[in-house]
Design a protein around this ligand. Structure first.
Ligand code: AMP
Ligand code: ZN
Ligand code: FE
Ligand code: FE
Length: 281
């Protein structure tokens, strides 16, 4: 079994890259992909820990992009983290995050909440920061009882401290991944509110931009969802990928490898098929 969608402390996961590699080994997973939001900073540590523990680490990323004014998460697998096009895409995304984080923190502080960028950076060192960290910080201060509540009451869509963040076009994210030698996958394609023809159009746009696969196996997918995404992949000549979207204690209901209540099983053949795409010219 494998898990090709895993977050670490390099973004908003609670386990370090070393810890996810170790945990994967303990669970008997043969491979995981480290796919942090808008950063490749956790890959090196995970790869070296994976070598020690005998777990294959696929170098990955999950880029927050935009398709027709909705968010679209693009997974990149087998990326070269040093590739210039990917580095500049990541730099743009991280700068935009920084701008939004500063805006959010300023508004929260003006509202009387004890928070600053310095305090956040100290609490989550080396992380590319986002709303989950701010929600976690509010939880540590006792203002909310869970990250979910932090989104509902403060930071989520429609809440008073939700500020927009610019996202790069889906096409740019796919191209950055491809030019870094990676395979681009449309992450959790059923999570964006598309269905029927709009879902097909979204997938065609991703494929036409160069995305080679769809995330069919996913923690929040039912068996029927997985089959539907698999059929869409077949229809458009795409591969499938699969992973849990593990975030450690930041999303405590999702377990590494096995997802929610042990319902996820991503077979090794999924990774073998993706590797087959790498060998094609
Ligand atoms: P950001 O990238 O800073 O905009 O934050 C988005 C992240 O927050 C994603 O990884 C989501 O999984 C997470 N998120 C969004 N809404 C919620 C929610 N209601 N509860 C918990 N996490 C959420
Ligand atoms: Zn996340
Ligand atoms: Fe995502
Ligand atoms: Fe994710």
């Amino acid at each position: 079994m494998i898990d090709l969608h895993v977050h670490t402390t390099a973004s908003d996961g609670s386990d370090t890259p070393r810890q996810v590699a170790e945990k994967a080994a303990a669970l008997g997973l043969s491979a995981i992909a480290v796919t942090d939001h808008d950063t490749a900073a956790g890959i090196a540590e995970a790869v070296s820990a994976g070598a020690e523990w005998g777990v294959e680490i696929v170098p990955g990323i999950e880029i927050s992009a935009d398709y027709q004014n909705r968010r679209a998460h693009i997974l990149g697998l087998f990326i070269d983290p040093e590739a210039p096009a990917l580095r500049s895409a990541v730099e743009w995304a991280v700068n935009e995050r920084r701008r939004r984080n500063e805006q959010t923190v300023k508004a929260l502080a003006a509202h009387g909440i004890c928070i600053s960028m310095e305090a956040l950076c100290q609490a989550y060192p080396h992380a590319v920061l986002g709303r989950p960290h701010i929600a976690d910080y509010l939880m540590k201060q006792g203002l909310v009882s869970s990250i979910r509540e932090g989104f509902t009451n403060y930071l989520g869509e429609g809440a008073p401290f939700c500020f927009p963040k610019k996202r790069m076009p889906m096409k740019d994210a796919v191209e950055a991944i491809c030019s870094a030698g990676g395979i681009a996958i449309l992450a959790h394609p059923l999570q964006y509110g598309y269905a029927g023809e709009t879902l097909d159009a979204f997938i065609r746009a991703g494929r036409d931009a160069g995305a080679a696969g769809l995330e069919a196996y996913y923690s929040e997918h039912s068996e029927a969802d997985r089959i539907m995404v698999q059929r869409l992949a077949d229809r458009y000549g795409m591969a499938v990928s699969g992973g849990s979207d593990y975030h450690g204690s930041r999303k405590p209901h999702i377990e590494l490898g096995t997802g929610i209540n042990g319902t996820l099983h991503v077979p090794d053949i999924v990774l073998e098929n993706l590797k087959g795409l790498l060998r094609k010219p």
